[in-house]
Design a protein around this ligand. Sequence first.
Ligand code: NDP
Length: 248
Amino acid sequence: SHQTFTAPENALRDKVILVTGAGDGIGKEAAITFARHGATVILLGRTVAKLEAVYDAIEQSGGPQPAIIPLDMKGATEANYRDMAATIMDQFGRLDGLLHNASLLGVLSPFGQIDLPTWQDIMQVNVTAQFMMTKALLPVLMAAPQPSVVFTSSGVGRTGRAHWGPYAVSKFATEGMAQVLADEYENSNLRVNVINPGATNTAMRSKAYPAEDKSLLKTAADIMPTYLYLMSDASSHITGESLDAQSR
Ligand code: NDP
């Protein structure tokens, strides 16, 4: 299955893959893993020092030279995404993979106490920014032979849960966006799928569950088989799926 997929060393050779939130957590691990399998990785995120550290790690391990796009998805406009798409088209001529990974958790709270600015920030970063970025990048993706778009959901993007408020709602929207796109591009080479990482030891997980024993959690490295599967040509026939990166 995709959870135990073993990618050949060169599985992503000649692929250009953009990872959002590439400076930390799952996105950082995905960027380094994709580069190790031969991909030229475009590192997008808001904290430049973290992106530079990932860049250096990839260079030091002999991977293809990455690119960095500093961008705060909270404030970015359609013009920013259009410029970004033009730059990628100029520099690479195509985009083979797009991993929508960055997201905001916000504050867990009862529904009656969700404040509007928090709601709006989460919708902006987790939903609207993904819409704008995907829209701008569609022509660049369609210039690739087997383009793959991967969105990141959550258990609370499939079944609502008390106190998960705007984060849960944003993940339902993410699942919906992926389904709409997958259906629309069904008769093309573009595939669109979703990953639910499952509980993974990152800063976001610690914020949601500060008291738990982190040593019992899967690491970002543990869940990479599903990411490699969806970015490699092994999944070229898969679209409109929502996959769990961990077995239950
Ligand atoms: P982290 O919070 O550890 O990392 C998220 C990354 O996204 C960070 O690098 C962060 O940047 C970046 N980011 C956040 N906001 C913005 C923004 N406005 N603009 C640009 N970049 C931004 O999260 P995880 O690695 O845990 O999560 C990755 C994905 O997996 C998310 O979509 C999350 O919802 C999902 N997920 C995670 C689970 C888990 O257990 N960890 C479980 C289920 C789903 P910076 O480094 O500057 O903070």
